[in-house]
Design a protein around this ligand. Sequence first.
Ligand SMILES: [Zn+2]
Length: 418
Amino acid sequence: MLSTYQYRIKPSDEQIAMMETWLEMCRWQWNRCLGERLDWLRRTRCQIDRCSLHSEPIGEIPERVNYYTQQASLPLLKKEQAEYKQLYAECLQDVLRRLDKAWKRWLVPDSTGKRGGRPRFKKQGDYRSFTYPRVNCSKAGVKLEGNTLKLSKIGEMRIVVHRPIPDGFKLKTCIIVRKADGWYACISAEDKTVPDIMPVDTVRSATGIDMGLASFLTTAQGQKIPIQQYFRKLEKHLARQQRKLARQQKGSQNWRHQKNRIARIHLSIKRAREDFFYKTAWWLARTYDLIAVEKLNIKGLARTRLAKSILDAAWGTFLNILDAVAVKCGKHFVKVSAYKSSVECSQCGADVPKDLSVRVHSCSCGLKIDRDENSGRVLLGRALQTVGLTVSACRGLGNSQPVKQETSGIKYKQLSLF
Ligand SMILES: [Zn+2]
């Protein structure tokens, strides 16, 4: 498993100036290589319903451009533009690698048939990081020892190791990132000792979580986590600062400072949100062996009037984090269809349609619980079915310690949860 550790670094003024130049040079290289690829594409293709005269290539058709041809042209670039010699060679190669990845993501659909967008040309300041692909091995560009980080061609600087990289982790790559509040080194480390996911028949506790706007999430056991509206809280402050930016002269020193101030507000919103997500995810993964979540269509939901609240809740980010944390703990993370999960009764399966304003699910079978709790239970039921467990009909045990009941001759193992 790869984990990334992000540390703040303290480069000197000269080093900062140098790194800024490097980023700019990487950006030029990105734009040049992207242009080369797009040009090749444009000149070798013609739309199916057009006369070929309309887009007949002028001049010699260039050879096919790919990662290898672009890689091979690097020595020529260094000959023609001497400033590229001062850039660490592996960082320059990584620009091409990133471009190749983005390019393939655009043209080649993945297993679900989805493709990424066209790689874009980057404006000034848009290229924010460069990568050293090797750390702490012989001939590596980066050496990390204690509190000093030694970058090849840039020099030594202090690194704030606020949490140590655990022993036994193999350092892989180092990415130097410029953020609104300073420079960071993101060091990815590989851990070979990932816990295996626990076998299904040892699952002792399970929950389904329903994501909502009234409360951030509700578990099948009825625990609620209040929603944190990080963006809402700072929205007015942000708007004021943005108005201030609009009044300043574009490109001036004050304008640049103001832009940075706004970027910092966004950064702090992101960090507060992420902190909350990690804490919640760890709590869930420690408490339960199996966590069922709904497959969300966030893009679809975000087209409604609740868009701002939905995007502020950032469910998708949370689910990604929860997935990673569950894998780290060896717990099960199951995504199930959310179809009718708020309508179906978790006890008898009947449909109980209700408006969003109705907060209580009350069914003719006698079940009367919170509506989100009901959806949580429905999701849990579906997840248990997909992994091959069933919820026992006996619901009187309390939610602290579910007991697994094994019955021979029955296809599914039984689990009583409520
Ligand atoms: Zn019912």
